[in-house]
Design a protein around this ligand. Structure first.
Ligand code: DGY
Length: 418
């Protein structure tokens, strides 16, 4: 077996805390939502029961209204801020009160499609399907209350792309005052230069305070939100997840549920088309508070490919954008391209390459019939990992690994690539 596969498997085993996998020790000592969806797919390549356990343990955090929190605090740890005391959500097990990109239905669809143990997959999927449906209904009801076809995030952490330059203008409107004392732990685990700034944390926590005071009630949060963005990546990921959920509904749901999901999926695809930004040669997010498009190029802008939501001209234009970025970097796909004035090669979502995003973009180019660019991205991802190890992310200019080390989702993606 290739030594890197052995290492990737060892990382998942080491980060497995007994039924759930932490993203990495110390920096992220709990279960994270979209991390776990990718990690479950990685587990499946060598331990199928572990893949299902990963999904089920994440669903232990699901709220009665269908919301799937971004963190499930299965055990206590003083290594992370903000912990359960700051969130104050009163769920058992304790959870955060916001969500993260809804990759889970797509992960479950893949676990079924690739299952070796079909009986296990059938039994698990039948039990999990209603939970996924409840989650997608929550997105539509709580985060698209006016039924526009685009869901909104109320916190940058929900996008998973915490300090993306796409949020700069909208996030600058969020006050910096907090009622919680901000005691960062992340910068004692990794280089502060790879992390968001302190001022960002003031705003991150202002939002947590604001929503906690709204009792974590979706309608009150929606009203109170000083940050409300229709994020292109969340919408693309959810549109793809709806299509994948429709496949599950054919086996496990009713005809009425199939119709409901198909209707939402179609409406989302149409709405994503309105996010096209010809000047960027990419899709972009929409700031709902300013009611303005966010004209900032980031790797998220390729993700409508992953939802089959781009037309042929858009696919060609995104191909040209990718080629231009490729000429500027050693490793594709930078989260923010070097040509951007706010590019920082190692600061979290302001430049670094993320294996999970690459995997989705490559899948998108392949679906659009562009196997060449899909392969370029996959090859870049594989060789970055083989050369620099299983870092949280990679400097697109030097290829050096950044953020936390021995990272579960990087390991999982490597396993999917080989
Ligand atoms: C963090 O703590 O950096 C996370 O991205 C928030 O979920």
């Amino acid at each position: 077996m290739n030594v890197h596969i052995e290492k990737a498997q060892a990382i998942l085993r080491a980060n497995d805390k007994g039924g759930y996998t932490v993203p990495t020790a110390r920096l992220y000592p709990f279960q994270w939502n979209w991390d776990s969806a990718f990690v479950a797919m990685g587990w499946q390549t060598f331990d199928e029961p572990a893949a299902w356990r990963e999904v089920e343990s994440l669903l232990e955090g699901q709220w009665d209204d269908g919301m799937l929190p971004h963190i499930v605090f299965h055990t206590a740890s003083d290594q992370y801020f903000p912990g359960p005391d700051v969130w104050g959500t009163h769920h058992a097990p304790p959870t955060s009160g916001i969500t993260q990109p809804p990759v889970l239905a797509s992960a479950v669809a893949r676990l079924i499609a690739k299952a070796h143990d079909k009986d296990l997959a059938e039994a698990k999927a039948a039990a999990i399907y209603p939970r996924l449906l409840a989650n997608h209904r929550w997105w539509s009801r709580a985060r698209d209350p006016h039924q526009t076809g685009l869901v909104a995030v109320l916190h940058p952490w929900e996008t998973g792309m915490d300090n993306s330059p796409a949020w700069d203008t909208a996030f600058a409107r969020v006050p910096t005052q907090t009622t919680t004392v901000v005691k960062r732990r992340d910068t004692s685990h990794v280089d502060a230069g790879h992390r968001p700034h302190d001022i960002d944390y003031q705003r991150f926590i202002h939002l947590v305070d604001c929503y906690r005071e709204a009792g974590w009630d979706p309608a009150r949060m929606w009203k109170a939100a000083p940050f409300k963005v229709a994020d292109v990546s969340i919408n693309a990921i959810l549109a793809r997840a709806e299509a994948d959920l429709l496949g599950l509904a054919v086996s496990y749901g009713t005809a009425a549920e199939q119709a409901e999901i198909a209707q939402r999926a179609a409406q989302m695809k149409q709405a994503i088309a309105t996010l096209w930004q010809p000047k960027l040669g990419l899709f972009g997010s929409h700031d709902l508070i300013a009611d303005a498009p966010i004209e900032v190029a980031t790797s998220a802008g390729f993700l409508p490919l992953y939802a089959d939501a781009a037309d042929a001209a858009q696919v060609a234009s995104m191909g040209a954008t990718l080629d231009r970025w490729r000429a500027q970097v050693r490793v594709l796909v930078p989260s923010t391209p070097p040509e951007s004035p706010v590019f920082e090669p190692l600061r979290y979502w302001r430049g670094p390459v993320w294996a999970v995003v690459n995997w989705m973009i490559a899948d998108g180019f392949a679906r659009a019939g562009d196997a060449v660019r899909a392969q370029q991205i996959l090859a870049a991802t594989r060789s970055a990992i083989e050369q620099a190890g299983f870092g949280e992310n990679f400097d697109p200019l030097s290829g050096v690994a950044g953020g936390g080390g021995t990272f579960s989702w990087t390991a999982a993606i490597y396993l999917l690539l080989t």
